[in-house]
Design a protein around this ligand. Structure first.
Ligand code: FAD
Length: 496
């Protein structure tokens, strides 16, 4: 039997807890003992059903078979998010995963598109994005590419509870020990680190390191270590959500819908066994009763469960890693489910932790670099989310008027200016949202590029029209033969 060199206790068994447990069990070398403690009585937040393509890397790293995962989590495929009504009723655009158009010579597609658009000769971006075309026409297949179009990426919608159960089984099969019980006491060492947690039943779990996955309250990182929280409600003002699943009556879309409402927005997430719905709103503009009524009235079929109310404060923990505690998941902060980034942040935080996995007290330099990178990751996502609110066109609704009038972070203001002036988008290579994402959301939210790279002017009018036409044709050709989402999913689930 391997002797324990380093022990880790994970507090909490929601998506964050079990993703962390599974990743540690898979990658930590022999000698690392991983224990998870959770309380069924407290339960989990229970929402969090939409993901982005990076989740596939996580599943793959854990050796998860896609067909089994789709079956056991009642998942569907996701090719993007449709934003309905953000520029007013009847308007819709999509942030689809993958590329938009293709570069010509040196230049990204967007410069040619901006030039043609200014002359009234370009179609909306949707015509040049294969994944949007696939999503809008309800098609789905994996491993698809086309002329000048790299493989189309995909993500999933899944039942968060079933995913946690799936990962729990996996983690336990790889040696993670689970304890049931509510933590009632936290024991500190003399110098301030956490020594152990103690359950109501009197069980003491000591460890060298703790991962706080206890949800919004941050049992160790905040309630015990008082790390502090950076509040971003002035930029991301929604602070409540009410969620209620219902039976499927509408289309089985391979995309999430984000529908703007009077004081927030509503999600629609199709799963195999139900539709996930929720209204995210700002409590200054909408009461909980009115939000619940509005959600229930808009469902395509009767709710399958009582509406669940959730309260949150958008922002991030000042340090993700403090002393011998790493906060992961909601304990580390929460932005908006608008671009399905929370589960991704769990994944990236735990993977980053594995790259600096301690085997004793961690060096302050490592911890501070880790915290800096985590903060930067949060801030890049934050800016992307604020963009949706800032560039709305729902004039006359107090919540939306306030969002349009708000001052945004300088980093975002600079990005908007770059795009407006010269159709420039320059994310750093390691940012989560890359060029195509910013392009679709900026253009989709009505920000018009007034200029473009002059190299695009070298093309004749005729050649420009020919280029755009060829890109559009390539998208049609790529998507045309793809099967229907439902058929492809059924076939994948039925495969061994
Ligand atoms: P929780 O699920 O709250 O789990 C906390 C765990 O800690 C539980 O097991 C609990 O029992 C345990 N615990 C707490 N206190 C104690 C104690 N004293 N003793 C023992 N155990 C304890 N993310 C996405 O990526 N996509 C989405 O579409 C999405 N939608 C969302 C919509 C809303 C409205 C909200 C609020 C969040 C959404 N998220 C989404 C975020 C996502 O739900 C979370 O990131 C994810 O579920 C992780 O939660 P968690 O594990 O950190 O916390």
């Amino acid at each position: 039997m391997t002797q324990t060199r380093f022990s880790i206790v994970i507090v909490g068994g929601g998506t964050a807890g079990w993703m962390s447990a599974a990743a540690l069990a898979r990658f930590a070398p022999p000698g690392y003992a991983v224990t998870l403690v959770e309380s069924e009585a407290i339960g989990t937040v229970g929402v969090g059903e939409a993901t982005i393509p990076a989740i596939r890397l996580f599943n793959k790293a854990l050796g998860i078979d896609e067909a089994q995962f789709l079956r056991e989590t009642s998942a569907s495929y996701k090719l993007g998010i449709a934003f309905d009504g953000w520029l007013g009723e009847g308007h819709s655009y999509m942030h689809a995963f993958g590329t938009v158009g293709r570069p010509l010579g040196l230049l990204p597609f967007r410069h040619y598109w901006a030039r043609a658009k200014a002359a009234g000769n370009a179609k909306p971006l949707a015509h040049y994005a294969a994944n949007e075309l696939a999503a809008r026409t309800g098609r789905m297949a994996t491993g698809v590419s086309g002329p000048g179009i790299p493989e189309l990426p995909w993500a999933y919608h899944f039942d968060a509870g079933l995913y946690a159960t799936f990962l729990r089984r996996l983690a336990q099969s790889m040696g993670v020990t689970r304890h049931e019980g509510r933590i009632a006491r936290v024991i500190r060492k003399d110098e301030g680190d956490i020594a152990a947690v103690q359950t109501e039943g009197g069980q003491t779990l000591a460890a060298d390191f703790f991962i706080d996955c206890s949800g919004f309250k941050g049992l160790l990182i905040e309630e015990e270590l008082q790390t502090g929280y950076e509040d971003w409600r002035h930029w991301l003002p929604c602070d409540r959500a009410v969620a209620a699943p219902c039976e499927a009556a509408g289309p089985f879309t391979p995309y999430t819908r984000s529908i703007a409402r009077s004081a927030g927005w509503q999600w629609r997430i199709p799963l195999q066994h139900r539709i996930g719905n929720g209204l995210v709103y700002c409590s200054e503009y909408l009461s909980d009763e009115a939000a619940t009524e509005s959600l229930l009235a808009s469902l395509e079929a009767p709710a399958q469960a009582d509406p669940r109310l959730l309260r949150f404060t958008t922002g991030r923990r000042r340090k993700a890693w403090n002393r011998n505690v790493l906060a992961v998941g909601l304990a580390s902060g929460f932005m908006e489910p608008l671009e399905s980034t929370s589960i991704h942040l769990i994944q990236s935080t735990i993977m980053r932790f594995l790259t600096v996995l301690p085997c004793g007290p961690a060096s302050p330099a490592i911890v501070s670099a880790f915290n800096r990178r985590t903060a930067e990751e949060f801030e890049c996502i934050r800016d992307f989310l604020i963009l949706h609110y800032k560039a709305n066109a729902r004039a006359g609704e107090p919540f939306w008027d306030r969002c349009r009038d708000m001052a945004v972070p300088d980093s975002l203001a600079a990005r908007i200016a770059e795009f407006e002036e010269a159709c420039q988008i320059q994310p750093a290579g390691d940012e989560l949202f890359q060029e195509a994402a910013w392009l679709q959301v900026m253009a989709g939210q009505g920000i018009e590029p007034k200029g473009w790279n002059p190299i695009a002017d070298a093309l004749s009018e005729e050649d420009l029209a020919g280029f755009l036409g060829a890109v559009e044709q390539a998208c049609l050709q790529t998507v045309g033969p793809m099967p229907r989402h439902m058929d492809f999913l059924a076939a994948t689930c039925a495969s061994a």
